[in-house]
Design a protein around this ligand. Structure first.
Ligand SMILES: [Zn+2]
Length: 282
């Protein structure tokens, strides 16, 4: 039997705690999952329930599960200095929880900047990441997620991700999460050219720091700059392109999670099975 290389799963609820999220993942035949470490709609820190987090970490270890946390939606590392302390406290809190849960990292949207000088947006992100990782010694890292280009033009390319990471004081605490819908909508990935992106990603030093994937089809066509996820095979990317993508050796051993609508049974059981069927040795 070949050793498992692809870890497929979905975003799951923490209604029954972090350990409940891990159990949910197991019940839908997932080997990876994503969860919200804290309230996804608010910018408020959360006291980690150590007991629950440890139970989650243990379940993952015993069952070969890998996981990522997703930071709250309003979190914006590109926000100006007046909001810096708030953003940093959320990042620190999120990192602490994901680390306690034994997760690979905390997924953070690259950030939106609406001011006149886009360079200031990048500077803000670097400052925010520097402060959030200062003195942090856990093994979960911040995972910058590429954006679709809706509302803001920041964080659409590999070049930006790599450059921001390089300019951080603690680049070892920063990695990347690739969202396939965002990559398609932003114009980064045409669907048929994953091999080209592999060579580019290696050349730029993006792929060695890719630690997670958000596996989503796109409701809108290539380059639309619209962030609307579709179920795998029901959008403009299509099954053939996902098959080619999923066979990439650069996606081995990392959480690959669906952020799509759940099936009629209220779970991602069927969609996970579909994704696994696209891979030769899941
Ligand atoms: Zn995503």
């Amino acid at each position: 039997m070949t050793k498992q290389t692809k870890f497929i799963g979905a975003h799951v609820s923490t209604r029954k705690g972090y350990s409940g999220a891990a159990k949910m993942a197991l019940s839908i035949q997932a080997s990876a999952f994503q969860y919200f470490p804290m309230n996804p709609r608010r910018l408020s820190t959360k006291q980690v329930n150590v007991h629950d987090a440890q139970a989650c970490a243990q379940l993952c270890q015993e069952n070969g599960l890998v996981s990522i946390g997703h930071a709250p939606y309003p979190l914006n590392p590109a926000a100006d200095e007046v909001e810096r302390d708030l953003m940093v406290s959320i990042l620190k809190s999120g990192l602490e929880i994901t680390d306690a849960c034994g997760s690979v990292g905390l997924v953070v949207h690259f950030g939106k900047y609406i001011g006149k000088d886009p360079l200031q947006g990048y500077k803000n992100i670097i400052q925010c990441l520097n402060s959030a990782t200062q003195g942090y010694e856990g093994s979960a890292v911040i995972l910058l997620e590429n954006q679709a280009g809706e509302g803001s033009q920041l964080g659409l390319t590999m070049e930006e991700m790599v450059q921001v990471r390089k300019l951080c004081e603690h680049p070892d605490k920063v990695g990347f999460c690739l969202d396939t819908c965002h990559a398609f909508a932003s114009g980064l990935w045409q669907g048929h050219n994953w091999r080209d992106l592999e060579s580019k990603g290696l050349q730029l030093d993006y792929l060695p720091h890719l630690k997670a994937v958000h596996l989503n089809d796109s409701l809108h066509p290539y380059g639309s700059k619209r962030d609307r996820h579709a179920n795998i095979g029901s959008g403009f990317i299509g099954l053939a392109h996902f098959k080619e993508f999923l066979e990439s050796p650069y996606l081995n051993h990392m959480p690959i999670v669906l952020e799509t609508a759940s099936g009629t049974d209220g779970t991602h059981l069927k969609e996970i099975a579909l994704v696994k069927s696209l891979i030769q040795d899941p």
